[in-house]
Design a protein around this ligand. Structure first.
Ligand code: DGL
Length: 273
């Protein structure tokens, strides 16, 4: 199959969180077009089963294929943990998730080989980071901690609030006691809490932002597959956003974090796919 290098990249998440990944793609690969899907009707994914997340992911991938994307980024950590390994074999276009790029950097930068991971209950329960990190370096010890309240705090816009600092201090205490030197922000929303998490963990702990690492990995993958956009085909809406519910709410959150004014947000019936 011949893939059109000027086609958009499909990016999906359970809702608004994956916009942190879309934002890094916009910043780092400015000539790439994006079709973003946020599953706002079925969010959160973080507390659902593998079977459900796999079914949702397959539906979204069918929708993105209909948009004729050239590659897909699973911008949700929970969906990357539960569905990527399976759907990867079902596709004839490149697909990547957010877990491996973050794990690779963490394995490279840790000095004491004690790496912390924070994420949803689903992501932490899946043990996926440990699997990847151990594959890269057997000696690495991985300490996971789910921090479910962080998602709501971010969506409430309480990025630097004393309540968020208090919640972060409680969640992260365990990781501090375990003397990790590297911490993977293993959930789409957490890069937006970077400064609060950094403040609580202290300067000695390096934070890994998988959203940024994924954008770089996407750039490498497109180059390797000869799929980098020529940048010649200009479009009125280079970034298109689709959701399964409440398009206006999505739009206001998107406008608060993206370096770009979101104009086109469309609601679609994902259950049809
Ligand atoms: N996007 C999800 C993730 O990165 C967080 C929000 C949710 O639970 O759906 O795991």
């Amino acid at each position: 199959m011949k893939i059109d290098r000027d086609a958009p990249v499909g990016v999906f998440d359970s809702g608004v969180g994956g916009l942190t990944v879309a934002r890094e793609i916009m910043r780092n690969l400015p000539s790439e077009k994006i079709v973003y899907f946020g599953d706002t009707a079925r969010v959160p994914y973080g507390n659902k089963s593998k079977e459900t997340i796999l079914r949702y992911s397959r539906q979204i991938i069918r929708f993105l294929r209909e948009q004729e994307v050239k590659a897909i980024v699973v911008a949700c950590n929970t969906a990357s943990a539960f569905a990527l390994d399976e759907v990867r074999h079902e596709l004839d276009i490149p697909i990547l998730g957010v877990i491996e790029p973050g794990a690779e950097v963490a394995a490279r930068i840790t000095k004491n080989k004690r790496v912390g991971v924070i994420g949803t209950e689903g992501t932490i329960g899946s043990g996926i980071h440990e699997k990847y990190l151990k594959k890269l370096d057997q000696e690495i010890t991985v300490i996971g901690k789910s921090c479910p309240l962080f998602v709501s705090l971010v969506e409430e816009g309480w990025l630097h609030d004393p309540v968020t600092v208090e919640v972060a201090s409680r969640y992260l205490k365990e990781l501090q006691e375990q003397e990790i030197d590297t911490l993977i922000l293993g959930c789409t929303h957490y890069p937006l809490l970077r400064s609060t998490i950094g403040q609580v963990m202290g300067e000695k702990v390096q934070l890994v932002n998988p959203a940024y690492e994924t954008a770089l990995e996407l750039g490498r993958l497109l180059k390797e597959k000869d799929l980098v956009s020529t940048g010649k085909e200009q479009e009125e809406f280079p970034y298109r956003f689709y959701v399964s519910d409440l398009a206006e709410k999505f739009k206001s959150f998107a406008n608060s974090i993206l370096p770009y004014d979101v104009e086109m947000t469309q609601k679609i019936d994902i259950e049809k796919y």
